[in-house]
Design a protein around this ligand. Structure first.
Ligand code: ASP
Length: 325
């Protein structure tokens, strides 16, 4: 009996040694980062910068895989259901905090189904319109909306997207409901905006800066409290008298619940290296985004921020009475 117990104990010790050896070696192959929106859009842009930089300390490629859906609700579900081995991770934005109130049939719980890696950056949004819109500033644009209510359309990336949230705040601030055209990301929405098929949208500066700078779109304001240093001539919505449409889009990195701590620790360390990197900070700053300091690129900071944001947005969304299903 004694020798059986000893054998079992020895087997357990060697299994845990083997597990920790595997954990120490992690990662031994490429890691996949799922993006909930279409390629070429703002979340995709952030993902590609982060993936490329994280690959360096990890010593493995981080492959960006787009899993687009309106509202970005399929990628988190797929990550929740993936093997929790550190080889599948998720990048997502503020939508993780708005979807619990927006979807009654959501098949993942942002507060229960994930391990947290950390916060990445914060990005303001801009109200932009296709260049055929004659309005030269926000006041003229609001007058244009009023007199063309039946023609004006608002593009977004579906209920739960940042562009949905911003549009909801904007329409409530101007007390006007407009026709909304949903896409699987603001990358494709931008193409239709440039083509003149839709009138306007509110999108992250990571996607709009180059179009604004090359005058391919009209811009009527930024959603931040202060002007964005990469777009110094664009006034804030607030300074033009429009209150209630301020929003900053934050991004975080997640892994499936049960991902081993040793793998998570390496992912956290790689994210911290990434947010400290001067070239990453500059790339984001050029796109109007502010990179979080390494102290925020931690599981505790992301979890706390997510919780706070759910508490902030849930009553506002419930009050607005918006549901996706
Ligand atoms: N950020 C999304 C994208 O990458 C769109 C959105 O949230 O509005 O397309």
């Amino acid at each position: 009996m004694k020798s059986r117990i000893a054998a079992i104990a020895a087997a357990a010790v060697s299994m845990s040694l083997a597990t920790s050896a595997v954990a120490q070696q992690y990662p031994t192959k490429s890691i996949t980062m799922l993006v909930p929106f279409a390629a070429g859009g703002p979340t995709d842009t952030v993902a590609r910068v982060v993936a490329q930089q994280m690959a360096k300390p990890l010593g493995q490629t981080v492959i960006v895989e787009n899993k687009p859906s309106a509202g970005g609700i399929l990628a988190p579900e797929q990550v929740k259901n993936s093997k929790p081995d550190g080889y599948t991770i998720l990048i997502h934005h503020i939508g993780m905090s708005t979807v619990p109130a927006l979807y009654r049939q959501l098949r993942f719980d942002p507060l229960k189904d994930f391990e947290y890696i950390g916060l990445i950056n914060e990005v303001p949004m801009t109200i932009i319109a296709n260049e055929k819109v004659p309005a030269k500033n926000l006041q003229e644009f609001l007058a244009y909306i009023k007199s063309n209510k039946d023609k004006v359309s608002y593009a977004n990336a579906g209920i739960g997207a940042a562009s949905h949230l911003c549009g909801m705040l904007f329409m409530s601030a101007i007390q006007t409901d407009l026709l909304t055209v949903p896409y699987k990301g603001t990358g494709p929405a931008m193409n239709d905006l440039l083509g003149g098929q839709v009138t306007f949208m509110c999108d992250q500066t990571t996607n709009t800066t180059s179009q604004i700078k090359s005058h391919k779109v009209k811009v009527y304001g930024v959603t931040s409290a202060q002007r964005v240093s990469s777009l110094p001539d664009v006034p804030t919505l607030q300074e033009q008298g429009l209150k209630g449409a301020d929003v900053a889009i934050w991004h975080g990195l997640y892994a499936p619940k049960g991902t081993p701590k040793a793998a998570l620790d390496k992912l956290v360390a790689a994210l911290q290296e990434t947010v400290k990197d001067e070239s990453v900070k500059k790339r984001f700053a050029d796109l109007g985004a502010t990179t979080y300091p390494p102290e925020k690129a931690t599981p505790a900071a992301l979890q706390a921020h997510l919780k706070e944001e759910i508490e902030k947005w849930t009553p506002l969304i419930k009050k607005a009475g918006v549901y996706a299903d």
